[in-house]
Design a protein around this ligand. Structure first.
Ligand SMILES: [Fe+2]
Ligand SMILES: [Fe+2]
Length: 252
């Protein structure tokens, strides 16, 4: 049964939170959700920065520069929302110490720290930009916290651009490196990409849904992602690798 949301889209402003007229649990869930969103943007920015240093393909350099600048702006924007609520970037990072090591952060962490080839770059973009677009478009844009909803709206178009890059580059690397090499990388990345949506049915997830900070459960978004990805892969002659059904997903 769907969980009824307690607050409508954009019902709450920063001033309401600061006036302490909102229940503490809402504020706690909001802090955590924003900290997770900001960290995902920051790690994605770091990934694009590393790609700029390690990938020698002048044809995509301007796009990498653009994506790096935009992801940095997204991170700054969300850390700015936290600052407005009295949470500093380092305090937000501390909130994420455990989450950062969880399967849900493996994809952004891998992109920020270890990805190296152009195929990795495409997989990172499919794992982070395509998923990010879904989370931002479906969940955050409809947030009951008005500043997060507005920020999502201002990020959305750029994320759609990043997703387009992922789609174009996918075709490109299949042509250049062959379906087999891309398929092997996809098998490595796909579990991380799907896990990025987070565990289904958690207490935190329930709070986000009932407070209207999210509209859909993680699992629903993960399914939507897999459906869209399968269609995209089919266009370039690739198959979606099979995954185990429950979080954290692994290859079958
Ligand atoms: Fe972003
Ligand atoms: Fe992006």
């Amino acid at each position: 049964m769907p969980i009824r949301r307690q607050f409508a889209v954009r019902a709450i402003e920063a001033a309401d939170v600061k006036a302490r007229s909102i229940e503490p649990l809402y504020v706690k869930a909001l802090h955590r959700l924003l900290a997770a969103h900001a960290l995902a943007e920051k790690l994605t920015a770091q990934g694009y920065q590393r790609a700029l240093a390690s990938i020698d393909n002048p044809a995509i350099r301007p796009i990498l520069e653009k994506n790096f600048a935009e992801e940095s702006r997204h991170a700054a924007l969300i850390y700015g929302l936290l600052a407005e609520l009295g949470v500093s970037e380092s305090a937000a990072e501390r909130m994420m110490i455990r989450a950062r090591r969880a399967p849900s952060f493996e994809a952004p962490r891998y992109f920020a720290e270890r990805a190296e080839s152009e195929i990795d770059l495409v997989m990172a973009s499919l794992s982070l930009d395509m998923t990010g677009l879904i989370m931002i478009g479906v969940n955050y844009q409809e947030s009951s916290y008005a500043p997060h909803s507005r920020a999502a709206e201002s990020i959305l178009e750029e994320e759609a651009d990043h997703d387009l890059f992922a789609a174009d580059e996918l075709r490109e690397v299949v042509e250049r490196f062959g379906a087999e090499a891309v398929s092997a990388s996809l098998r490595q990345w796909l579990p991380k990409a799907v896990n990025f949506f987070g565990p289904p049915g958690s207490g935190f997830g329930y709070d986000c849904l009932r407070f209207g900070l999210k509209s859909k459960d993680n699992e629903e978004l993960a399914e939507l992602y897999l459906m869209m990805l399968e269609r995209r892969l089919a266009k370039v002659g690739l198959e979606l690798p099979r995954l185990t059904p429950s979080y954290p997903h692994a290859l079958v």
